[in-house]
Unconditional design. Structure first.
Length: 1012
């Protein structure tokens, strides 16, 4: 029986053009196979079949205009039942099944952790819903009423608070309160004990501490300008050591590896451990912060400078937490899309408490909870200090963070007090110790650790007679020994164990430590600790003694490193621990297979003229991506990332075609479910729809762009954003992405100061190319025509994803519709497009006077129009060059100039721009929809008169025509300025220029647009 396939509901559109027929009579098709592509003035969408069968007839042809209900195909149904199941790419289907199996197993495996915590009968429970003893409840409630009646609300509130504190102390789980008392989250009775040898671990940790400090002090003794930090790692050593010895599993052939974001200023400690592990030698330690000669160690974690070692750049504070969250999210994305198995890998991020002030640090924590990222663990090292002084002198950073993270839905584990406090807390029957803990502010806590035991006795325990009594049998030395949780390996171990087993939410471990721990009077807990990079001999002796480092006084004076013999128990132990955990960390490797570039004919339709059809380069790009989704190698690897602008860019067709990633699938029927471009969320969805969140989208782009190393899977992220909200908005993340050697495409859509007419100052980008030009491994292009875009994009795919070059592409696409010509037949055209310029037109009728026009982006078209006027009305010839990248031309120019200056005795080389222009006649005028500085970049490499036009100044809303007139980049200004340039060069009489200025009503007295 023949069935009819009609045009479905396509939203508000009518009479939409058919631009491609994807099937023909006689083809056999399945449900969801695309049959035709239709295109409105903004977007193109494939129409999928809802019927499977043999095509009997095709009722439309390319160029037809169709509306909802029009007949597309007649299909002889082979299977009368319409198959509605979703289509998963075949090559990933098997992986999905495997991954889900692994997930099930994993869940089963994790199950026992839930039952580790056995409820003790004496525990006071806060009952939420099920009242097990209403009579008792009533008695409590009546008592409360009595208190309110007799002593008032405040008293009642106080009693409730005390009750809650008491309940918490007894181990009850109390919901609905923002914070819990200032004690450890894990009660002593529930601490899981480490299996490690504590003595040997302490000795190892002491050596790591020593060597970390020594490398900083040695470097600064040699060159005081080098800098470095001792205090940060000194406070965090235990936090790292417990992870390294017991929790963090390296990547190897059986396991993908945990991913650790090390706090930037802890780098010396990480090098120091690598030294004991035999991964770095003394010479390398001595080259800390001296990276110019090969073999030096980078100041902070920089994958670009140490590509086999560091994985994640973290030292620009606030980026680490965001990147880690999106890394964990991307890991789940890969699992849910079937690319990797779920084998319980974790992402750990180490953060400073001062760093938590950065809005970025907390900005994405809601997403982490919403997406149930139980593969994510934050460790916030609360040493209570930042660079200048206390993080919260008058408050309590730990409590503040607890409230924020709890509120966001995280699992919060506070590690405040070390084991020496356990008996005191157990004896605190009156609750005064916890009261003192709760009431002491961070400024006081910090000051106490800068003093001594007697001071702590007086200032802290002296607050109440009860607390004073509690320590009456302790000496001042004992009081001083009362340690903080973050320095106690038992407490840290228990927290890490619990965090690793948590299911359904991300975990934050908030650990209290001392900045400059062990550094003595000059460094421990003092406000200047952060800056300390030199220790004098007395300090070094103190440090040695404090941690029992087996060095003689003489060796200390020489600030010698200490590494035990290879056969020593310490070295054997440290290596064994890492061996058992799969290898060394950090380590950056990649075993990703390249992605074969699509055949060039996939872009052939972009090399022919669009004829009458007008479209923007944004639309051409989306068309191209739709084509790419038909390439079996590329399609599954594309990761389109959009911060709530899919409709702006005409990408809503992607929703149905490849789905929006949603870890819980789609729990609702979307309001537009009947429409072709209905909002479709799916567990294996491909599009990352990030919401209005450019920083998050960029973090996703980095995660996907480094997937080749973090997951050994090459992915192709394409992040499309409003160009103004790109580099300008998230510039530092782009820098970190470059450092991370991310591969992928950034698309600055609706680019240029004058293409996006009505949006005004905050939306019109006239400088993103300059920002892109500051990033050494970013190649940026400003194409005008669809074939330029195709050539650039394909080359990007080839260089990044097939040849694995560590570069990334920034391409601007625009908002202006025009028809696109056929690609010039010149065999050098492709090379020119990629190198930055090629000749696109020549006006050569009069052979008298000539000018060279260099234009990029949409302003190239104004130049072509201006050149026509000059030819027709002024008998001026011209050559027109499409400049696809001033940035690339400048880079080449710089390199050639440098070569020539360094080789004065050799035949000078020529830059590409020079080669293009050397034989041309006439002065050069360049223009773009960006600031003049964009085109001025090539000025030094041209031995000819050079002038530029551009859109310097704030943008504003108006019609495109008015905007171009305002910024003086329209065809009329190009004609007038062109004539003026020729007059200045004495090639024509100045009256022609004056006449043109008058003719086009150009106001000579108008101030420069930068002043308006
Ligand atoms: C974005 C950014 N701003 C400023 C700095 C300079 N800086 C480096 S460390 C530091 C203080 C860090 O304090 P905290 O986060 O508490 O780390 P700690 O060393 O105490 O562990 C500052 C301000 C930076 N690295 N990044
Ligand atoms: Mg700090």
């Amino acid at each position: 029986m023949s069935e009819k396939l009609l045009v479905p509901d396509i939203g508000d559109f009518e009479k939409v053009e058919v631009i491609e027929l994807l099937v023909k009579k006689g083809d056999q098709i399945k449900v969801n196979d695309p049959v035709v592509t239709i295109e409105s003035d903004k977007s193109s969408v494939e129409i999928p079949s809802t019927i499977s069968g043999l095509i009997d007839s095709v009722s439309v042809k390319v160029g037809d205009k169709v509306s909802k209900g029009d007949l597309l195909l007649s299909i002889v149904s082979l299977d009368s039942k319409q198959v509605t199941e979703k289509i998963i790419p075949k090559d990933t289907e098997k992986l999905i099944i495997e991954a889900e199996e692994a997930l099930k197993k994993n869940n089963i495996k994790e199950e026992p952790s839930k039952t580790i915590i056995k409820e003790k009968p004496q525990v006071i429970k806060v009952v939420n819903q099920n009242d097990i003893d209403p009579v008792e409840t009533n008695e409590w409630l009546e008592s409360l009423s009595a208190v309110i009646n007799r002593d008032g609300n405040e008293r009642a509130h106080y009693l409730i608070k005390e009750l809650m504190n008491k309940a918490y102390m007894e181990g009850a789980n109390i919901p609905y309160s923002q914070t819990t008392p200032y004690i450890n989250t894990i009660p002593v009775s529930e601490e899981v004990k480490s299996t490690g040898d504590q003595n040997i671990e302490r000795r190892i940790r002491s050596l790591i501490r020593w060597n970390a400090a020594a490398m900083v002090v040695r470097a600064n003794k040699k060159f005081p300008e080098l800098g470095g930090h001792i205090g940060t790692f000194a406070s965090a050593a235990t936090l790292y050591d417990v992870g390294m010895n017991h929790f963090w599993r390296a990547k190897n052939e059986n396991f993908g590896g945990d991913l650790i974001y090390f706090q930037g200023h802890c780098a010396p400690g990480i090098y120091s451990r690598a030294f004991l592990e035999g991964r770095l030698n003394e010479k390398q330690l001595d080259n800390f912060r001296q990276e110019v000669k090969p073999g030096g160690l980078s100041s902070y974690p920089h994958p670009w400078l140490m590509p086999d070692f560091w994985q994640f750049p973290t030292v620009s504070m606030g980026l680490g937490p965001m990147l880690a969250i999106y890394q964990a999210r991307f890991m789940k994305y890969l699992i849910n899309r079937g690319f990797i198995k779920d084998d319980g890998r974790k992402v750990w991020a180490f953060l400073g408490d001062g760093e938590m002030d950065e809005p970025e640090s907390l900005g994405a924590i809601g997403l982490a909870a919403r997406e149930k990222l139980d593969n994510l663990i934050f460790v916030v090292n609360c040493n209570l200090q930042r660079l200048d002084g206390p993080v919260r002198g008058n408050g309590k950073i730990i409590q503040e963070l607890e409230g924020i993270f709890r509120g966001a839905g995280w699992n919060v584990i506070k590690v405040i007090w070390g084991s020496y406090w356990d008996p005191l807390l157990a004896n605190d029957k009156s609750g005064h110790l916890v009261k003192a803990m709760n009431e002491t502010v961070d400024g006081e806590y910090q000051a106490m650790k800068a003093r001594d035991g007697a001071y702590v006795r007086e200032k802290f325990f002296g607050k109440f007679p009860e607390t004073k009594k509690l320590i009456s049998n302790l000496s001042d030395t004992d009081v001083w020994r009362l340690n903080r949780g973050g320095h106690d390996p038992h407490k840290v171990y228990a927290a890490y164990d619990k965090a690793s087993k948590n299911i359904g939410s991300p975990t934050v471990i908030i650990a209290k430590t001392i900045k400059g721990y062990g550094m003595g009077k000059t460094g421990e807990s003092v406000n200047t600790t952060h800056q300390t990079k030199k220790l004098d001999i007395d300090d070094l002796m103190y440090y040695r003694d404090r941690f029992d480092v087996p060095l003689t006084d003489e060796q200390v004076k020489n600030i010698e490193y200490y590494k035990p013999d290879e056969n020593s128990p310490e070295i054997k132990y440290i290596k064994k621990r890492r061996l058992d955990l799969g290898g060394f960390i950090p380590s950056r490797t990649t075993y990703a297979k390249p992605i074969l570039s699509p055949p060039s004919d996939i872009f052939d339709n972009m090399k022919v003229s669009t004829g009458e059809k007008q479209m923007s380069t944004t639309m051409a790009l989306v068309r191209m991506l739709t084509n790419l989704l038909r390439d079996k190698n590329v399609a599954p690897r594309l990761v389109p990332i959009i911060p709530d602008e899919a409709r702006t860019f005409g990408m809503e067709g992607f929703f149905q075609k490849i789905g929006i990633y949603a870890h819980e699938g789609q729990k609702y029927e979307p309001e537009d479910s009947a429409q072709l471009s209905s909002y479709r969320e799916e567990k294996s969805g491909q599009v990352l729809e990030e919401g209005i969140n450019e920083a998050g989208a960029m973090s996703s782009w980095i995660a996907a762009g480094t997937s080749y190393t973090n997951h050994d899977i090459e992915m192709i992220p394409i992040y499309l954003f409003y160009s103004m909200f790109g580099f300008q908005r998230i510039g530092d993340l782009a820098w970190a992405g470059a450092d991370s050697q991310s591969r992928g495409f950034l698309i600055g859509a609706t680019a240029g100061r004058t293409t996006l007419a009505g949006e005004g100052l905050q939306h019109q980008d006239g400088h993103s190319h300059l920002l892109a030009s500051t990033i050494p491994n970013c190649l940026s292009y400003d194409p005008t025509f669809h074939y330029e875009l195709a050539v650039i994009f394909r080359e990007g795919l080839r260089r990044m994803h097939e040849k694995k070059e560590n570069i990334f592409y920034y391409i601007t696409t625009m908002n202006e519709n025009y028809s696109h010509p056929e690609m010039p037949k010149d065999k050098n055209c492709e090379e020119g497009i990629l190198k930055g310029m090629y000749k696109i037109r020549e006006f050569n009728k009069f052979k008298k006077t000539k000018i060279q026009f260099l234009g990029s982006g949409t302003i190239l078209r104004e130049m072509i129009a201006g050149a026509e006027i000059l030819q027709n009305e002024y008998q001026i010839d011209s050559e027109i060059w499409s400049v696809t990248s001033f940035n690339e031309l400048r880079r080449d120019g710089m390199e050639v100039e440098r070569y020539n200056l360094l080789n004065p005795d050799k035949e000078p080389k020529k830059s590409f721009v020079e080669l293009c222009l050397e034989k041309t006649e006439g002065p050069i005028m360049a223009a773009s929809d960006y600031m003049r500085m964009n085109s001025d970049q090539i000025r030094p490499y041209i031995n000819k008169s050079f002038y530029s036009l551009g859109t310097d100044g704030f943008g504003r809303s108006d019609t495109r025509k008015n905007l171009r007139n305002f910024f003086e980049v329209d065809k009329e200004h190009i004609v007038a300025y062109g004539l003026s340039v020729l007059a200045k060069e004495q090639l024509i009489a100045s009256k022609y220029a004056s006449e043109a200025i008058k003719k086009y009503n150009i106001d000579k007295n108008k101030p420069m647009p930068t002043k308006l």
